[in-house]
Design a binder for this molecule. Structure first.
Ligand code: UGA
Length: 433
């Protein structure tokens, strides 16, 4: 089948490459001509393991191409995916849909034959219907259906999440459109992926509810972790014990410094705003947002406590800056709270991240940028493990001790075992243990 993907951002690029890998003929377009030029030169503008090979392979076999203009590709397209950005609108926390509606109008004006228009961007409930109106207004004669097909991929494991999803959600109202989308996902039938075919509003809600639920689940275990610290319980074993209950499930129960990234914070706020507007407030999600925000701010205190109450004049090594491993994404990362807070308290920060430093340099000031974890720890008064990159999971404990001026480690991802660190003579602070 022939597909156009509008938007060569995270979701757009991964979806385009994966649909091409399924054997469809995909054209990925973006209004940013420079981005398209880079893609045409084989340069992938985002960090995602395996994406460069997948793009190169499909460009080579002719199933994937990049372009700046919609028209040529649209002429023969069976489906157009809208995968443009939906940032948080300034001031009110709602998702900014201007890019989505502009894309919809452009599609409507250029449609040549029956086409299924599918939102992949995370859009508020009701957006599919709005898109239908916008398109109808732009072109009365156009033949189309607008459907919702939310994406559940995670940064860092996006290709696997796309190719082996837990489910595919299809929100559409006609058999005709549903048949097109099911055909696009036919390869997933072979691995018996459950498909939920429902109304667009329901599909849109599934996406927001899923992200808000996961953010709440993380926040729940984070608060339990704080209580574990006061009571002598170990949150990792509590999480394991809870997770073995099939009704709870073991995933997304890792206590940490608070969730970040481009999705959970933005989507939770957008959902809460919609709920308030509709007069059906989501108080649990509101509490989640507040608790998480405060938690990220409080993390600097943990470091100060581990340094005898003050970091003034001390040098702190920060290992990991991105909001999670295997990405260069710094959006809403806890590092953006903790590093400025420690600097305000008088600390000198020595930081290293395997992929996020380029972006971090634009967001953080006065940091000593280092080339590896041991360089960061050299002569520092304490080390803070912020992101659980594989590279930080098995550092030689004696070597860390030798590099640091004081053997102090604040491990916000519970990577190390307290008994190993204490045996080596570390003052070791982790989460909920
Ligand atoms: C999230 C969802 O997991 C995806 O299903 C969804 O498609 C995506 O948002 C989106 O809406 O586009 P992502 O933001 O890439 O994916 O990252 P996650 O792996 O979900 O992690 C989010 C944050 O939660 C990170 O800061 C991570 O460190 C934190 N987290 C995650 C925890 O603190 N504990 C956990 O147990 C899991």
């Amino acid at each position: 089948m022939q597909i156009v993907v509008m938007g060569a951002g995270y979701v757009g690029l991964v979806s385009a490459a994966c649909f091409a890998e399924f054997g469809h003929k995909v054209t990925c377009i973006d209004q940013d001509a420079k981005r398209i030029a880079r893609l045409n030169q084989g340069e992938i503008p985002i960090f995602e393991p395996g994406l460069d090979e997948l793009v190169a392979k499909n460009v080579e076999r002719g199933t994937l191409q990049f372009g700046a203009g919609l028209l040529p590709a649209l002429t023969s397209a069976d489906a157009v995916f809208i995968a443009v950005g939906t940032p948080t609108r300034r001031g009110d926390g709602h998702a900014d849909l201007s890019f989505v509606y502009t894309a919809a109008e452009e599609i409507a004006r250029n449609l040549q034959r029956y086409t299924v228009v599918i939102t992949k961007s995370t859009v508020p409930v009701g957006t599919c219907r709005e898109i239908t109106k916008v398109m109808r207004k732009a072109n009365l004669k156009a033949e189309f259906d607008v459907c919702s097909n939310p994406e559940f991929l995670r940064e860092g494991s996006a290709i696997n999440d796309f190719m082996r999803p837990d489910r595919v959600i299809i929100g559409c109202e006609t058999e005709r459109a549903s048949a097109v989308i099911q055909a696009l996902y036919r390869p997933l039938y072979l691995i018996e992926t459950p498909m939920v075919i429902t109304a667009p509003e329901t599909a849109e809600m599934i996406k927001y509810a899923s992200n808000a639920f996961l953010a709440t689940k993380i926040t729940f275990i984070n608060e339990i972790a704080d209580l574990c610290e006061k009571t002598g319980a170990d949150v990792q074993i509590v999480a394991k014990g809870m997770g073995l209950d099939g009704r709870i499930g073991r995933k997304f129960l890792h206590a940490g410094p608070g969730y970040g990234g481009s999705c959970f914070p933005k989507d939770a706020i957008a959902l809460v705003r919609t709920a308030q507007d509709k007069g059906a407030p989501l108080r649990l999600v509101e509490a989640t947002i507040d608790i998480n925000r405060q938690r990220k701010k409080n993390m600097a205190m943990r470091v100060m406590d581990a340094c005898d109450g003050s970091v003034r004049g001390k040098s702190i090594a920060v290992l990991g800056l991105t909001f999670k491993p295997n990405t260069d994404d710094m959006r809403d990362s806890v590092s953006l709270d903790i590093i400025p807070a420690l600097q305000r308290a008088g600390a000198v920060i020595r930081a290293y991240d395997p992929a996020g430093m380029e972006e971090a340099k634009t967001l953080l000031k006065d940091v000593v940028w280092c080339n590896g974890p041991f360089e960061a720890m050299q002569g520092a008064d304490a080390a803070v493990l912020l992101t659980e990159w594989n590279e930080f999971r098995a550092l030689d404990i004696q070597r860390m001790k030798a590099a640091l001026k004081q053997p102090v480690m604040v491990d916000l991802r519970n990577v190390y075992k307290p008994e190993d660190m204490e045996r080596a003579g570390f003052r070791y602070v982790s989460i909920g243990r």
